[in-house]
Design a protein around this ligand. Structure first.
Ligand code: GLN
Length: 471
């Protein structure tokens, strides 16, 4: 079988049985990047030299009889808002164009320790704000399944890279759906872990109470392997946490809740039909399906677009054109300095959110917007908690629409924001969720989302492996 198509365990087996070397594996993927990237613009930077050197180290270790871990020699990619020491980290923004990371993010450190090989950094919507990959300062990423369509966002490059087999897995970040939605648009698996399950140390913050590092892979088993390698408490991230999962349930014994809201207003007809088909498939397997109602889900987007920009306005205040990236411009006064830096080097969407957030937090409006949104957030989290008394997992389509064409939603931020309708409630409640590829509709991939209680990723993997076999 061609190396590009192998799973992590298959590559591992090939390496230890010396069917191929880690260097050969890396070269195959680098060649693939070389051929695909000019068309897709998934990678912003490729580390060919270092990747080959790291692969040689793995080969030496194997030859000397050392035991290598499952991720040893596995080529991966990292979203460009996660720090890799000594490498540029732009977060898709002009303002960080020449910012070099001075340390490794905890997740990167963990992957390096396992021997995973970082092939490069991937493109993204600026500061992870967007649902289409069109908001990058370094050009849009194309969907490998159909070049006229968006790959989703904001982890556009990571999704496209995995989907186009330019790497085995890739890290992304998910604040409101940025791993799950592009996974669904690109026909691959995308995991957003429980808030706190994976350290955020070294992730460029967007909205800290919602941000979570997640990952893309082409099957559920690979996703689980990478998650186990990157998860865990980290003394450098006070919100990170570790918790034993409650009892395991075999997928056939799971009770699956289907929210009525998945069939309502704003959900594309094709998506409703595709989703019904997935539910039907599960029913055929005698899985217990229950129709449920979580009315507060419909307030998720409104709530998110107050909480998130409020945190953005605070987190992005550090990009003042003085401390990071772009070298300081000459200016007569502070206002002129701002005009020469933030005004010029931040994109329209980023500026829109900073202004929205500043407004929501300002005296006189704080109670009406921010405080109220926080109350809605608590209500959403409580409603999920109550629902999980009745069901083990909740199933929805990942996105309310299939992928759309470039420029289709660019001028209409509200319709772009609605792309997050089914994913943001999960971030607001801090839950884990996975997007699983199901089928193609009108030649575009379509994925479903399974949501679990906090720290129940194992449930998602067990269900995902079962569902994968049905497709
Ligand atoms: N599309 C959402 C937004 O633009 C989600 C972003 C994300 O998860 N980083 O805010």
């Amino acid at each position: 079988m061609e190396i590009l198509n192998l799973s992590i365990k298959e590559i591992h087996k090939g390496l230890i049985e010396k069917k191929f070397s880690a260097k050969e594996v890396v070269e195959v993927f680098l060649e693939r990047i070389e051929r695909q990237n000019s068309k897709l613009n998934a990678f912003l930077e490729v580390f060919s030299k270092e990747a080959k050197e790291e692969a040689e180290k793995i080969d030496k270790a194997i030859l000397s009889g050392e035991k290598i871990s499952l991720l040893g020699g596995i080529p991966c990619a990292i979203k460009d808002n996660i720090l890799v020491k000594g490498k540029r980290c732009t977060a898709g923004s002009k303002i960080l164009e020449n910012y070099i990371a001075t340390y490794d993010a905890t997740v990167v450190k963990k992957l390096k320790k396992e021997g995973a090989i970082i092939l490069g950094k991937t493109n993204m919507d600026e500061f992870a704000m967007g649902s289409s990959g069109e908001h990058s300062a370094f050009g849009e990423t194309k969907n490998p399944n159909n070049l006229e369509y968006v790959p989703g966002g904001s982890s556009s490059g990571s999704a496209a890279a995995v989907s186009a087999k330019m790497c085995v897995f890739a890290l992304g970040s998910d604040t409101g759906g940025s791993v799950r939605q592009p996974a669904s648009f690109c026909g691959i698996v995308g995991l957003k872990p429980t808030y706190g399950a994976v350290s955020r140390f070294g992730l460029i913050a967007m909205a800290s109470s919602l941000d979570q590092i997640g990952l893309f892979a082409r099957n559920v088993e690979d996703t689980e392997i990478v998650f186990l390698a990157i998860k865990g408490k980290d003394k450098r991230d006070a919100t990170s946490w570790e918790k034993e999962e409650e009892k395991e349930i075999p997928p056939t014994k799971m009770r699956i809740g289907i929210p009525r809201e998945c069939f309502g207003q704003g959900i594309q007809k094709e998506v409703i039909e595709g989703f019904k088909e997935a539910v039907f498939l599960l029913e055929k397997e005698k899985i217990q399906i229950e129709e449920i109602e979580i009315p507060s889900l419909q307030y998720g987007v409104a709530c998110y677009y107050i909480v998130m920009p409020s945190e953005v306005s605070s987190n992005l205040a550090r990009y003042d054109g003085i401390k990071y990236g772009k070298s300081r411009e000459e200016a007569e006064n502070l206002m002129e300095l701002y005009c020469k830096t933030r005004a010029e080097f931040l994109g329209e969407e980023v500026k829109r959110r900073i202004m929205l957030g500043t407004y929501c937090l300002s005296a006189g409006y704080y109670e009406a917007y921010y405080l109220r949104a926080q109350k809605v957030r608590t209500k959403i989290a409580n409603d999920f908690k109550e629902t999980f008394q009745k069901v083990d997992l909740i199933l929805t389509s990942t996105s309310p629409t299939l992928s759309f064409k470039f420029k289709e939603k660019l001028e209409d931020p509200l319709s772009m924001y609605m792309a997050d309708y089914l994913t943001v409630p999960v971030n607001l409640a801090g839950l884990p969720a996975i997007s699983l590829p199901f089928k193609e509709i009108n030649n575009l991939p379509f994925g479903v989302q399974a949501i679990a209680p906090p720290f129940c990723e194992k449930k998602l993997f067990n269900f995902g492996k079962f569902f994968e076999k049905l497709c």
